[in-house]
Design a protein around this ligand. Structure first.
Ligand code: 5GP
Length: 116
């Protein structure tokens, strides 16, 4: 069940501010408030979806493609493709998800440590 008052829903409704990197019809990208790397950008679709599985099962394939194309556009704009980056999405309790609106983390700008 989607919580319409989660933090990212409030950011989408402009009830709380964010440091925006990129926005289009289907997606919004902004800096993480507590960065875990020199570059730490969050990307969210504007669809109400809890996590990756929810996004994929709820969305028209065109929206899914549009979202991941926007991810790539942001990677190009950040100029991180040549040195590299990490994309992460957390889901649920075991995945360590804090905010229940599907989002991807783009981490870059320095060597990102091992996952464990
Ligand atoms: P999760 O653990 O759900 O994958 O990641 C949630 C992320 O959202 C965390 O990295 C956290 O720092 C970030 N975050 C939480 N609240 C806010 C906020 O109000 N603004 C921004 N820009 N990021 C937030």
């Amino acid at each position: 069940m989607y919580d319409e008052n989660n933090i990212f829903a409030k950011i989408l409704k402009k009830e709380i501010p964010c440091n925006k990197i990129y926005e289009d019809e289907h997606s919004l990208f902004f800096n993480d408030i507590n960065p875990q790397a020199k570059i730490h950008v969050l990307g969210i679709p504007k669809t109400q979806c809890v996590d990756y599985s929810d996004f994929i099962s709820l969305s028209d394939p065109k929206i899914i493609v549009a979202f991941f194309q926007s991810v790539n556009l942001v990677i190009e704009r950040l100029n991180i493709a040549s040195k590299g980056y990490r994309i992460i999405t957390n889901s649920g309790k075991d995945g360590g998800q804090e905010v229940p609106h599907f989002h991807i983390h783009i981490l870059a700008g320095e060597k990102i440590g091992s996952l464990r």
